[in-house]
Design a protein around this ligand. Structure first.
Ligand SMILES: NC(=O)c1ccc[n+]([C@@H]2O[C@H](COP(=O)([O-])OP(=O)(O)OC[C@H]3O[C@@H](n4cnc5c(N)ncnc54)[C@H](OP(=O)(O)O)[C@@H]3O)[C@@H](O)[C@H]2O)c1
Length: 250
């Protein structure tokens, strides 16, 4: 049995709480939130604290708060020499206060409180400053997910940049697609099977192999017509930049 305290009440904290509640070999001893928050039903009210000085004893403390607040919270913890980890993709391990053993427990997924996900499919990237702590984090992660990766702070930073490209930027492109549809009174719904198939294809092909479209074919007339049809300058710039990137780099 491995015991855990979760610090935070946001998207990641909620998904971790659900995953830990559902696992009989994890003892979720306590959750800290700075104010009253809504938590999954599986968490008894008696396990919630709003006072950092009240934190219970546990094998692992997971700080799942905004990146900006991680250092502050870790320095406010009222104990030493315990294993304290954060869940950020972009923050280095040494942002955590040295008075405790430091680590990272980064679940690489886009989490919103409102949406359900298959937590077991989420890759967890772990990091620690010694083998024993790494083993503890590996043990904890393996109880809730299929794939755990040992990733350094430097690798994680790059992984996070890659994640911004494949998730946040792609989602922003959905937004532009939606705006274009709305402008022409076409339902965005029509594009959803295309979006799904595009995401599904990279399970079988590399991104370069999976690429299609006018830039890949170098269909210059079509590209020109697309650019002429766009009235929004921002959309035009993004179209040009991405088209050139596909032409140059596949
Ligand atoms: N969401 C994702 O998709 C995702 C994926 C992987 C990793 N992460 C990482 O996981 C961490 C949490 O992200 P999130 O999306 O769960 O954030 P979030 O939903 O915005 O929640 C942020 C949490 O931080 C707390 N907080 C902020 N400032 C605080 C302070 N000064 N003192 C105490 N608590 C404070 C908030 O408390 P209040 O409710 O009281 O404001 C809230 O519980 C971040 O490091 C993020 O980079 C996020």
């Amino acid at each position: 049995m491995i015991s855990v305290v979760v610090i935070g009440s946001g998207n990641v904290a909620n998904h971790l709480i659900l995953a830990f509640c559902e696992n009989k070999s994890i003892d979720l001893v306590q959750v800290y939130s700075r104010k009253t928050s809504l938590f999954p039903d599986c968490l008894p009210v008696s396990k919630i604290t709003h006072d950092l000085s009240n934190l219970a004893q546990a094998d692992v403390y997971i700080i799942a708060v905004s990146d900006n607040a991680i250092a502050e919270i870790s320095s406010k913890l009222p104990f030493e020499n315990r294993l304290v980890v954060h869940t950020s993709g972009s923050m280095p391990i040494d942002i955590l206060d040295k008075k405790n053993h430091r680590g990272v427990f980064y679940p690489l997924q886009t989490f919103s409180k409102e949406t359900k996900i298959k937590f077991s499919q989420v890759p967890i990237c772990i990091e620690a400053t010694n083998d024993k702590d790494l083993e503890t984090l590996h043990e904890l992660a393996s109880k809730v997910v299929k794939n755990t990766y040992t990733i350094s702070s430097e690798q994680r930073k790059s992984l996070h940049v890659a994640a911004v490209f494949v998730c946040n930027f792609v989602n922003h492109l959905y937004k532009i697609g939606n705006d274009i549809c709305v402008e022409k009174y076409v339902p965005f719904e029509i594009l959803k099977p295309l979006i799904e198939e595009t995401a599904n294809k990279i399970n079988f092909l590399s991104p370069s192999q999976a690429q299609t479209g006018p830039a890949k074919r170098n269909d210059t007339k079509t590209i020109e017509e697309h650019l002429n049809s766009l009235t929004n300058e921002n959309q035009k710039e993004i179209y040009k930049l991405l088209t050139q990137s596909i032409i140059n780099h596949g």
